[in-house]
Design a protein around this ligand. Structure first.
Ligand SMILES: Nc1ncnc2c1ncn2[C@@H]1O[C@H](COP(=O)(O)OP(=O)(O)O)[C@@H](O)[C@H]1O
Ligand SMILES: [Mg+2]
Length: 646
């Protein structure tokens, strides 16, 4: 008898004041209504264990006779019930429930009337007509119950969980079909076997013990709680499972129902997830770059070892603090802006440069790559930042710069050495003129024929020549002066003009052959003037050398300035020389590459590094006719250009 049936009986019979028992053909009491329970002094909840013959003092044969009569239709007799040691006379009228399915054990409804002598049975039989109506009602109820049970069965069989019901000793009473796919046993293989076949050997040993203890103490360790277990399939393989156990009574017997869910997939997923988390954790922890995770407000949630190392602080010192507190005051706004933009624009990541404070108090220059962590709904949940220490990078950039400058300086001194003859000539000329003019003055004075105007003219000529010599020296000093590189905003045309002046010091320079083609109103450039002049000098000297080798007569060299889109100015040195062979063109920017007997091969390589340090490019193009054009670009001061356009 199912729990459902029993419940239905109790609901039905409970409506009657009359005491009623539901018994099997063998006399097992399946259920008692409240009236019967109080009449007989039995526990209505727990009748399943008792038999009718145990409740009466009459001989078992009398009870058997009554049950036989009832089973074949109707019957009645008086029985003496043992109620707490006292014998109570009860008239019993019984009938079989007609709806009991064919082949199934018949269920018999017994109606009890206290204090009725056997003779009173006749009067009871008069009530049979009324009873018949009730029996018919019961029959309908039973039909409903059957349907309900079939429904329940369907639910149990279509459940995703395996459902196994055992008795107090652990013997399987029933199981749903799910066990077949889950455990590899058929239902009929399982029914009647101990549930231990579904367990691992360790659990097996404990199971009897657990059951026993529960039965003795009533302390629930698994019932209604559920737990994860390892189950064993028929083929011996193991399976992680979730087990929930319920308890109920059927026919007075205690039953346990286990709901077993295969959680292999879940476990596998959990394991994969765990492994991924572990991989991620190790990766973050061992990453060479500093990594910090934080809330959207910038509260630090976690840091890796590299970041601790960069900042000279322990994890405990960092976690819980605000990122902003570590950030240089002047950089906080930039960092906050970047985070805000990142959240708003939904780009994968953004970068920002900032300074973070080391434990010692000094600032560390870092580059921060900021990314958003989103949850399953796509909402931003936290921020993760990669912090790259730029100290090394900046130091090597600084070293490279120093190196370049020393080289450039050396090369300028070298140029000057090469130009020595020209320089001597350039200074000698004014000195000679000064000597001549001062001699003339002296002669005028000695002869006493001195006219004040003549003297003044001669003296101002002396002054002008001295200035000319001074100017040459100033230019040379500027070129070779050792000093810090200083960038100033200047007009490129002025720089070119000055460089031409220097080039003229070179005795080989064809004064007449140097042409200037300067575009007016060029935007300013921000440059180190000495270095750019050095580049120009190199290019002009190369042009002169290329020209004089083959075409001493065709001394056409032009220096041209132009504005170039988008925001550059271009300076070009155009020669009509021999041009470049393919071999030379491939190598000419390499240091120490030269085709000249006395060349150093450093000019172009130094020039190129100077120009790229200025953010420009240096290159060449072969002229359509003869010769080559060497050009370089420099970024112009854009703001100023825009202001000029307004
Ligand atoms: N305007 C030019 N025309 C032809 N060849 C050139 C020109 N400028 C440079 N070169 C070639 O590039 C080489 C390298 O030039 P550079 O680096 O200035 O070193 P150097 O002038 O000491 O040889 C020169 O030797 C020359 O062969
Ligand atoms: Mg050169």
């Amino acid at each position: 008898m199912s729990v459902v049936q029993r419940q239905a009986f109790e609901d039905f019979a409970g409506c009657f004041a009359e005491a009623m028992l539901l018994v099997q053909r063998d006399g097992r009491v399946l259920a008692a209504n409240a009236a019967a329970a109080s009449l007989l002094g039995v526990d209505a909840e727990n009748t399943g264990a008792s038999f009718l013959r145990e409740l009466v003092t009459d001989p078992p044969q009398a009870v058997e006779r009554l049950l036989r009569e009832c089973a074949s239709g109707q019957g009645g007799s008086a029985l003496a019930f043992d109620v707490a040691g006292e014998s109570v006379a009860v008239a019993v009228q019984g009938s079989v429930l007609a709806s009991t399915a064919a082949g199934a054990a018949p269920l018999i409804l017994l109606r009890l009337t206290e204090g009725q002598a056997p003779g009173a049975l006749d009067s009871l039989s008069r009530q049979l007509a009324a009873l018949d109506a009730e029996v018919a009602q019961l029959r309908r109820l039973q039909d409903t119950l059957d349907a309900t049970e079939a429904g329940a069965r369907a639910i149990v069989d279509t459940a995703v969980d395996a459902i196994v019901t055992i008795d107090e000793r652990g013997v399987i009473q029933s199981a749903n079909v799910v066990v077949e796919s889950m455990f590899g046993y058929t239902v009929s293989e399982l029914v009647g076997r101990n549930v231990k076949v579904l367990m691992t050997s360790t659990d097996r040993d404990d199971h009897d013990h657990h059951l026993q203890r529960y039965l003795e103490t009533g302390v629930k360790r698994i019932i209604g709680i559920g737990r994860e277990v390892v189950a064993r399939r028929k083929d011996g393989t193991l399976m992680p499972a979730e087990l929930a156990v319920g308890e109920f009574f059927a026919g007075g017997e205690r039953r346990f129902t286990g709901f077993i869910r295969d959680i292999s997939d879940r476990k596998l997923m959990e394991e994969r997830l765990r492994q991924r988390e572990e991989t991620l954790r190790v990766t973050l922890e061992q990453a060479p770059a500093g990594i910090v995770t934080m809330t959207l407000d910038g509260d630090i949630l976690g840091v890796n070892r590299a970041l601790c190392r960069v900042l000279g602080r322990s994890e405990a010192e960092l976690v819980g603090r605000r990122f902003h507190d570590l950030c240089h005051a002047d950089d906080v706004a930039a960092c906050t802006d970047t985070a805000t933009r990142l959240l708003r624009e939904r780009v994968p990541s953004l970068e920002v440069g900032c300074r973070l404070s080391h434990r010692d108090g000094h600032d560390i220059v870092v580059h921060v790559y900021l990314a958003v962590v989103r949850d399953a709904f796509g909402d931003a949940s936290s921020l993760i930042a990669q912090v790259v220490d730029r100290t090394e990078e900046l130091r090597s950039a600084e070293e490279a710069r120093e190196h370049r400058e020393r080289l450039a300086q050396a090369s300028r001194v070298m140029i000057m050495g090469e130009m020595a003859a020209g320089i001597a000539h350039e200074i000698n000329q004014p000195l000679a003129a000064i000597a001549t003019y001062s001699q003339a003055c002296r002669r005028m004075l000695e002869a006493g024929r001195h006219d004040a105007t003549d003297l003044l003219d001669a003296l101002s000529e002396v002054g002008a020549q001295a200035e000319r010599a001074g100017e040459v020296i100033r230019r040379l000093r500027a070129l070779v002066k050792q000093g810090e590189v200083r960038r100033t905003a200047v007009a490129i045309n002025d720089v070119v003009t000055e460089a031409i002046g220097l080039a003229h010091l070179d005795s080989r320079s064809p004064r007449a052959g140097l042409e200037l083609d300067l575009e007016a109103a060029l935007p300013s450039v921000e440059i180190d003037v000495v270095q750019i002049q050095q580049v120009l000098l190199n290019l002009i000297r190369n042009a002169v050398e290329a020209t004089e080798e083959d075409f001493a007569e065709a001394n056409l060299i032009a220096v041209r300035t132009r504005a170039r889109a988008p925001d550059y100015v271009e300076v070009a040195v155009i020669d009509g020389g021999a041009g470049l062979s393919g071999d030379v063109a491939d190598k000419l920017f390499e240091p120490f590459f030269t085709t000249k007997g006395s060349g150093m091969g450093m000019g172009l390589s130094i020039s190129r590094s100077i120009i790229s340090a200025h953010g420009g490019r240096l290159g060449f193009t072969r002229n359509e006719g003869r010769g080559t054009t060497f050009w370089f670009t420099l970024p112009s001061l854009v703001e100023e250009k825009r202001a000029a356009a307004r």
